[in-house]
Design a protein around this ligand. Sequence first.
Ligand code: PMV
Length: 318
Amino acid sequence: MKATARAHPNIALVKYWGKRDRVLNLPAVPSLSLTLDRYHTTTTVTWETQTDSVRLNAEAICGRPLQRVLDFMDRLWGPHRPCVHVDSKNNFPTAAGLASSSSGFAALALAGMAAAGREASKTELSILARQGSGSACRSLWGGWVSWDRGQKSDGSDSHGRPLAPQNHWDLRMVVAMIASGPKSIGSTQAMIQTEQSSRLYPGWVEAAPNDMVQATRAVLERNLPALGTVMEASTLRMHASMMSAEPSIRYWTPATLSVMERVEKLRKDGVPAWFTMDAGPNVKVLCDSTRADTVADTLRSCCEKVDVLQAGPDAFLL
Ligand code: PMV
């Protein structure tokens, strides 16, 4: 009754922001992501323990975060769930806008089902992972992954789908780490606040399907300027919608803006590079493999740490 799985976080190029169903985590918009290589979450699930317990990065968790994991295990098992022990480790900062919940719930779904001795397809695991954290449904696959909005109320048509494999395109994601601490407001609460009060939210939802069409084509044709342009537009629209919520949500810091300016300057100087930000101040910059060192060197002086990553693999059992 024990299994260990590893999953890699994914960074959305076309963002998921807003839910059409809060319980099932059904998105208001479609999204598209790149799974990363060197960052990962490794999770061991053991069923039929004496009590429920969850460890994250070698520390017992309690309160809301514990309940979130146990609710997920209830959903995974169904009625009469036995007690469970979950032990999860990230080799990168947790809850800092680096998509640790995407790898976290993907690894948890995979390890939890395997430890229970249950067969599940990748699509079934993706549907399950989505209910822990929306973006986790994309981390079952490596490389380039899309997530359909879907129409059905049970969510059975809203899951990750591989768009292109890990080796499809030799790009780099340069992660400019500005702050490694936990974010000020969680993504679920921030999405609800945006949906309920932002005048720009309807415009965000309306623009997303076309962003998705442009980005999908750009990935399949390996057209970096086209992908970079739509990725930045999606990021800026998402952040504009949350900044105009009441109260306003702003994950950016002055350092975030410095990185954005540097990326724009790089582009003016002929280095093709584009930025994206999630629910945190850190910036990820998409560029060609041959330009990654130039981009990393340029960003180093204005952030804590720079990591250069590339497309990563599917989630797998260890
Ligand atoms: O999966 P969640 O609930 O942590 O939301 C993720 C939201 C963004 O990272 C900002 C965008 C995305 O598509 O991953």
